[in-house]
Design a protein around this ligand. Structure first.
Ligand SMILES: [Zn+2]
Length: 288
């Protein structure tokens, strides 16, 4: 629960500050609100989390986080504003990015726990053929995630894909059978095999297949750099290219891929970073 408390602190202290600063990007000197821009022009975002900046500017320059450019896009409910969805990858080093002339982004450590997981040896230490398959599937996914759909398909808040208890949060450092170290890139929900899984929001299906690690997988492109993912399913109800609406049945949960038992793995990749899905949904839904 320390983590929740930490997030709350960020939300209380940094979010209002950042929103104010973001809306003042490029503001004229002499405006009292930005008189101390050098002192306060900084927002803090923890690894694996999302920060949504807003501006009233007509043509703001994209924000930059190192090599990543974050586009300003239309606000979903306020035509006078634009938003930029800043996301910090889990593996980002703590540092400060100069995101724009007036905005710095300080990357903070996340408060994530460690987990040891035991899975079938064939999945913990894949043979050569399976290693090649993993690599092929990784590259394929990477290519899909590198595409940017300028259109936004959604115009309402994001929803959870099922109503169930969380069994493993985003961000835990993971040790598989004492050997493979990685981190948990999504949130796991308790789900018996065959539990209906619903689309988190409107979008277009870009992955619908069985994969070695993720098992039965559905990935939805929601447009403007937002993808949601649903893994370890037993049955897929959609195909690549299908347009889906929020709440549509897209799959049944299962225990396929690298798992220690049946569950749904739910994830979000936003502007190139796998972020905490619950944190992302909390932040994006504040726009409504
Ligand atoms: Zn998972």
């Amino acid at each position: 629960m320390i983590r929740c408390a930490t997030m709350l602190v960020f939300a209380l202290f940094f979010a209002p500050l950042g929103l104010l600063l973001a809306s003042d990007l490029g503001d004229v000197a002499g405006d009292s609100r930005v008189a101390h821009a050098d002192d306060v022009g900084e927002i803090a975002v923890a690894k694996g989390t999302t920060y949504i900046a807003t501006t009233n500017e007509q043509n703001p320059a994209p924000l930059t986080l190192g090599k990543r450019k974050i586009a300003w896009v239309a606000h979903p409910t306020d035509p006078a504003q634009k938003i930029a969805i800043l996301t910090i990858p889990y593996r980002e080093k703590p540092q400060i990015f100069q995101a724009s002339k007036t905005m710095r982004v300080r990357v903070l450590e996340g408060d994530y726990r460690k987990e040891t997981i035991n899975v079938a040896p064939s999945h913990a230490k894949p043979n050569k053929q399976n290693q090649q398959r993993i690599e092929r599937e990784r590259k394929e996914a990477q290519q899909i995630y590198s595409r940017y759909t300028p259109k936004r398909y959604w115009d309402s808040p994001f929803a959870l894909p099922l109503n169930s208890a969380i069994t493993s949060p985003y961000g835990s450092a993971r040790i598989f059978n004492g050997e493979i170290a990685s981190y948990h890139s999504g949130t796991d929900f308790r789900a018996n095999i065959g539990t209906p899984i619903a689309a988190s929001n409107d979008g277009v299906v870009v992955i619908a297949k069985d994969r070695f690690l993720a098992g039965g997988s559905v990935v939805i492109d929601h447009g403007q750099g937002i993808f949601s993912m649903y893994y370890h399913c037993s049955e897929l109800k959609v195909s690549v290219g299908d347009a889906v609406k929020k709440g549509d049945l897209i799959a049944l949960s299962g225990n396929s891929g690298r798992v220690s038992g049946p569950h749904l793995h739910f994830g979000f990749l936003v502007n190139g970073a796998q972020v905490d899905p619950l944190d992302f949904i909390d932040k994006i839904n504040l726009l409504f």
